[in-house]
Design a protein around this ligand. Structure first.
Ligand code: BGC
Length: 277
């Protein structure tokens, strides 16, 4: 019998009984993802690199939603840190059903001034970090086994990518290269583990108001310059990404794997071509 529930989602968006890990969730998009997963019912391990205080802020927001949360320091670019993060996280909140690889950074420079350290730092965090977190997530999903009472999938791995997995970015070649690499890492993993009922996807945010682009927004005319790139006419909010993430890791998206959901107010529609070209 077909369900007569008025919503096509009929509870499928719920993450009740599931445990999630979100890397880099002491602020910005990571924080919003952690909070929206909690709002959907998940308990959340909040990973941070630098600021314990900010991470505790995310923990408090999650607890205020009636969910459990714990903050754990770890550098996603360090293999031993990632293993410890999963160990400590599992010990605190139970095995993971959802892992969001979100931690990322920018080190902008014109190519002739870009140091090897600028290059390595960005690749290590954004791309190698994605590899280390993704690999560990898949290992742990297998060990955990299917829990059909909470989700149809054995595990959900989600990457936070960027419109710059597609749009080239002058003066940020290291960042664009890391995000382009992350796209094919995500798709290759999705292809590899789909038969085991592990779903791997990405969100690709456009310009979202967070610390990463604060310098650009604070420049005179900075916001207007950015808005020219956004047909929908507003800078994104972290919760825009949080909601997209909560959907992709839920059973409402159970048949979606290997996909990137662009959440960018139309930035990837190349708005410069409206009436031009
Ligand atoms: C970058 C931001 C930028 C946005 C749109 C993101 O991936 O981290 O600094 O505003 O892309 O260009």
């Amino acid at each position: 019998m077909e369900s007569t529930d008025a919503s096509p989602f009929a509870g499928l968006l719920s993450l009740k009984g599931q445990t999630a890990l979100v890397t880099g969730s002491s602020s910005g998009i990571g924080e919003a993802i952690a909070v929206e997963l909690a709002r959907s019912g998940a308990d959340v391990v909040v990973n941070y690199h630098g600021s314990a205080e900010k991470a505790l802020g995310t923990v408090e927001r999650i607890e205020a939603l009636g969910r459990r949360a714990v903050a754990i320091q770890a550098d996603v670019a360090t293999e031993a840190d990632v293993a410890r993060l999963f160990d400590e996280g599992e010990a605190a909140l139970g095995t993971f059903d959802i892992v969001v690889s979100n931690a990322g950074l920018q080190r902008d420079a014109a190519i002739s001034d870009m140091s090897l350290d600028d290059w390595n730092k960005v690749i290590e965090t954004n791309l190698t970090g994605g590899f280390l977190v993704g690999r560990e997530a898949i290992r742990r999903f297998r060990r955990k086994g299917l829990r059909e009472e909470v989700s149809r999938a054995l595990g959900k791995l989600l990457f936070d990518n960027s419109v710059h997995q597609r749009i080239p970015w002058a003066f940020r070649a290291n960042y664009a290269a890391s995000k382009g690499g992350l796209k094919l890492l995500m798709e290759s993993l999705a292809q590899e583990v789909a038969p085991e009922k592990i779903r791997v996807n990405a969100v690709a945010p456009g310009a979202i108001a967070t610390a990463i682009n604060e310098i650009e927004r604070d420049k005179p005319g900075g916001v207007d310059a950015m808005l020219k790139l956004i047909p929908y006419g507003r800078i994104g909010e972290p919760a825009d990404i949080g909601r997209a993430a909560a959907f992709l890791v839920s059973d409402a998206a159970d048949y979606i794997t290997g996909q990137t959901l662009f959440v960018d107010g139309g930035m990837t529609l190349y708005p410069e071509f409206r009436g031009n070209g």
